[in-house]
Design a protein. Structure first.
Length: 325
């Protein structure tokens, strides 16, 4: 077992160390950034700043590039790379999907190998499963959090855009005002739209890409409204005001539903914590009482089975109180 773990750990540790050294020693190319600075979302007033939103390639050695490319090709055939790219774009993390997947796989291999080396096989597999699932959960949480903040900013964006349109500005000028007046993430996304529109891309197409990247259903409504207005005409400012009012009403309903389901969410937390706390208390007071549950075959089946059922029950309760408006 020790030899097998060493065989797994040594190459993974070497690749991870090589990647970290490449990150610390590399020099980012700036010529393309300087050429596109007048059209960038950062702005022309900061010519010396490297774009933090660009996904820079940190693996520059040929061997590392081949390893990343091989893993990316395999993941692309399975559809994993596309899912990862969508989640990274939604969370606005400036890293290439192939490189992120490479670091993830190396980290899982290292963590699982060390877990098998330091503990028994069962807990090593548990740690491996945790390392494999945790990054995806964190990435999904960051993506959904950013989408939630983006959606919360939409009514303010629509009201400001409607005001600029009533003042005689064009829609592109109004979006430029919105991008400078509102905070991120909506300010950054609209700056992307304005920069692409100035480079000749159709405005609705650029807005559709933002809606696909952020995955906000409310923003898809906004893009659809703007696209219909540009085809058939009409008062866009008034239309945006109606959409903003609808979004405010939906946000109020979401808050009411969140308040009404607070008891169920708190109950899910209590139900998930109570067995663990009670088990720790009994173990500290009378360890022999818990001994059959941890050291006998039937007791271990009950113990691990109850953990699985508890996790399923918590997710079930959270799903019951998750009301979509």
């Amino acid at each position: 077992m020790t030899i097998l773990v060493a065989i797994l750990v040594a190459p993974a540790a070497a690749l991870l160390t090589w990647a970290v050294i490449s990150v610390s020693l590399r020099e980012r190319p700036r010529r393309l950034h300087d050429a596109l600075a007048p059209y960038s979302v950062v702005g022309a007033s900061q010519p010396g700043m490297a774009s933090s939103g660009g996904a820079s390639e940190f693996v520059e050695t040929p061997l590392m590039q081949r390893a990343v490319a091989s893993l990316a090709e395999l993941a692309s055939r399975r559809g994993v790379l596309q899912v990862l790219k969508r989640m990274l774009d939604q969370a606005d993390l400036p890293v290439r999907p192939a490189e992120a997947l490479f670091v993830y796989v190396v980290g899982v291999v290292l963590g699982g190998a060390f877990g098998l080396l330091l503990g028994n096989a069962f807990w090593g597999l548990v740690g491996l499963a945790g390392l494999a699932v945790a990054p995806w959960l964190v990435l999904d949480t960051l993506a959904k959090r950013r989408t939630k903040v983006f959606t919360a900013q939409l009514p303010d964006m629509l009201q400001l855009l409607g005001t600029t349109l009533r003042s005689g500005f064009s829609i592109l000028q109004g979006l430029d005002t919105v991008s400078r007046q509102l905070a991120d993430p909506i300010g950054k996304e609209i700056r992307h739209v304005v920069a692409e529109a100035r480079l000749g891309r159709p405005l609705v197409e650029a807005l559709n890409e933002v809606a696909e990247r952020v995955r906000s259903e409310d923003f898809e409504w906004v893009v659809t409204s703007i696209g219909i207005q540009r085809e058939v005409g009409g008062n866009l400012a008034e239309l945006l005001d109606i959409v903003a009012a609808t979004m405010n009403d939906r946000a109020r309903l979401r808050r009411e539903a969140h308040t009404l389901t607070a008891e169920g969410r708190i109950g899910a937390v209590v139900i998930s914590i109570l067995p663990v706390a009670l088990g720790l208390f009994v173990y500290s007071v009378n360890p022999s009482y818990i001994h059959p549950l941890l050291h006998e075959a039937f007791g271990q089946i009950l113990f691990y089975g109850s953990i699985v059922l508890g996790v399923v029950g918590v997710f079930w309760l959270r799903k019951l109180v998750d009301i979509e408006v």
